[in-house]
Structures are given as C-alpha cells and as structure tokens.
Ligand binder design. Sequence first.
Ligand code: GDP
Length: 425
Amino acid sequence: MANCAIVGINWGDEGKGRMVDLLTGRFDVVVRYQGGGNAGHTVVNEYGKFALHLLPSGIFRPGVMNILGNGVALDLENLWQEMEQVRAQGVALTPENLRISERASLLLPWHRALDGLEEARLKDRAYGSTRQGIAPFYSDKYQKKTLLAGELFDAEALRAHAAHLTEWKNLTLKGVYGAEPVTVEQLTEWLVTYGEKLKPFICDTTKLLRQAEREGKRILFEAQLGTLRDLDFGIVPYTTSSNPIAAYAPVGAGMPWAKLDEVIGVVKAYSTCVGEGPFVCEMFGEEAEKLRQAGAEYGAKTGRPRRVGPIDLPATRYGVAMQGATGIALTKLDVLSGMDEIPVCAKYRLDGEETDDFPFPTKLDRCEPVMTTMPGWKEDISGVRKWEDLPKAARDYVEMIEKAVDCPITYVSVGPERDACIERK
Ligand code: GDP
C-alpha cells in the first residue's frame, strides 16, 4: 500500500470518508486531489461525527500529514470555517498536520454568486448544483483567470492581479446576469482576511511529497464524488467540473510522476444519487422511502433526500473499470438486513435490447432497469467483524457483486463507526 487512491465508484456518497478514516492509520500522508467544499464526507470516530467538506479525512490521525493539492477548488473562507468547526470539536489543525498547495487556485466569492445566478437562470433545467461555485471556478481556472494560493504572499502583485480579474468578471456579472458588480476593495479585503489566516499552511507541497516519497512514506489520495460524476467519464452534464477518477490523483495531488499501487473503489450495497440526472435503477414510493430511512440517505452537505435504488451492476462495473480499481470496499451492507428479498439491477434495457454496458449519457434516459432478486437475511449484522460470521445470504450477495463487476471485495462495512468493518484477506 505505498501509493493508494480511495475513490467513489458510483454517484458519490458511497462512504469514502469512512473508509479513508479507517485506513489512514496505515498511511503517512493523505492528499485531497480535486473538488471543493461541495463534498460531504461523513466520519464518525472518537472525536464525534463530522461532515468534512474540503479537509482531508486524515486529520483525525496523529502523525498523518494532510494536504490539499493543486487540483482542489480552494475556497479560503469555507475552509477556514470548516477548520474552526473541527477545532471546536477538539481536533488540532496546524501546519504540522495540514498543508495547502501554493499551486491551488482560489475559489472566489463571485464563483459562488455566479453558481446561484446560473442555476436561477436555468430554472427547471438547473443542474442541481450545490451552489458552492465549483463549475464557475473550474471554468475560470481553465481560462487562467484565477489567483493561485502562492500569490497571497506578494500583496502588491496580488492587488494588481485582483484588479485585472475584477474588471473582467464584472463584465459577466453586470452584462450577462444584471447583478451587482464587485469592487477591487471588496475582493482584496476578502483575500486579506482569509489569506492571512491560511498563509501559514500554504507551501510547495510537491516538494514535500517528493521528500515523503524519498523517505518511503505511504501516500493516500482521497477523491470526492464518484466515477459517474467525472467531468470526462460521467453522466455529462450532470457531473461535477473536475475529475474524481483515480487517474487524475497524481496530477491533482501534485505528484504528476506518481504511479498508483492500489485503487480502492468504494461501492454502496445499494445505490443513491443526489441531485439531477439520469438514475436508471431509481426506486420510488414506499419501498424507496424505507431504504432511504434505513440508510439515513440525506445529503451531508445539502440535507437533500437522496434518490435511492438497488445496486446497479452496469453502472458499478463501468465505475470499477474507469477507476482501475484493484479492490472494492462495499459499504452499508447492514442497511439491507431484514429484507425478504434484495432487488438487484442486473442489466439495462436500451431500445428493447438488454445490455451489460453503461451507455453514452444521452441514451440513459431511454434505459430501463432489468431486475432480479437475491435472498435476504434477517439478522442484524452490524456487530459482525469476521467474514465467516456473516449470514450465508449476505455472503452470497457480496460474492454476486464481486463476480458481476470482476473485482475483489476486500472490505465489507457494516456500520458507520470506524471499526465496523470486515477485512477479507
Ligand atoms: P462519502 O461522501 O463517500 O464519504 O459518503 P457520505 O458521507 O456522504 O455517506 C456515507 C454515509 O453512510 C455516512 O453517513 C456514513 O457515516 C454512513 N456509513 C458509511 N459506511 C456505513 C456502513 O457500513 N453502514 C452504515 N449504516 N452507515 C455507513
């Protein structure tokens, strides 16, 4: 486990934070490599319950260095607020355990404003954005119209660059959306307020990672969301604006030369999806509500009820392949306890033909799920810690998924607590 990525295989919310929190004990460094404060990684441990948005999930482990890589959307204000909340619960955050890449681009207040303005303009065609400014941020990053964290160290040059960007951004705010323009003073004040607090954490993290690698340190790459939200390989346009796939981890973390020794793909024992977009296996009505309540499926960031469905084998197989997963962590198996039969979306039917493949995004609306069932189990399995102690029906269910997606399931999680996990050797 020298270089290992922990990624979501499906639509996000698979339980990545929980798996990172469990496995960080085996790593020296944890790096978040993409996305921003729109993530919601739930972690339950001795400090309490946390919904981490931008902070890497390794911050609870003494001795682990946590890094926000160049690929993240660095919202100084949200990050600072999150740090204050986490500190209030007794977790120390200092440059000893948290560093921010000087090459990370800054998500500015106008990105959040523009996210809301565009969703409002789209009305019933909205993408279901979390309105954290992620899409406008990444658009500007690729236009090279953002500030880098490292620029905070040169006040004069920063102000000049901020003035240049403000002039440009006001053309859109006023001209396209008829919104209030932003002044250079407003932007500079925001940059100084939060920049001063966070400057002690900002450094050349690539240098730090090279050093860590030389010393033989073990590095964990932490993703946000899942394969189907990947900008290039997901359900476009209902994706995020960055690349959660493992292949992007070395780039977004700041180690573009690095190779991944292991990719752990996190899969939930059933499906959930927050927000808009095609969700072929979706269940409705009473059956859906029961599953939603059993799994407490409400968004960690937004509180929105998650759409739910059975495990989706075509989507999961595709996710595993795109991630190059070497092993799977199957989470929330305990939630399925008590069902007589467990529904499974085995294939899709597209234009009358059954398929095992996950289709091109625009064809998804024409797909229907082809359902089968597996026998359920009645026992409460949340206390089980050994594979052989699981009811046979539960083992059969796990093995069925393993076979269908052609990847070993190495961890089976049966509860949100750190130790509620079965490791299969
Ligand atoms: P992430 O964004 O991928 O980290 O996932 P979320 O935090 O959005 O969602 C996972 C939710 O499931 C959190 O509330 C976790 O505490 C919870 N959870 C994770 N693993 C398990 C499990 O095995 N069983 C149960 N019952 N809950 C779990």
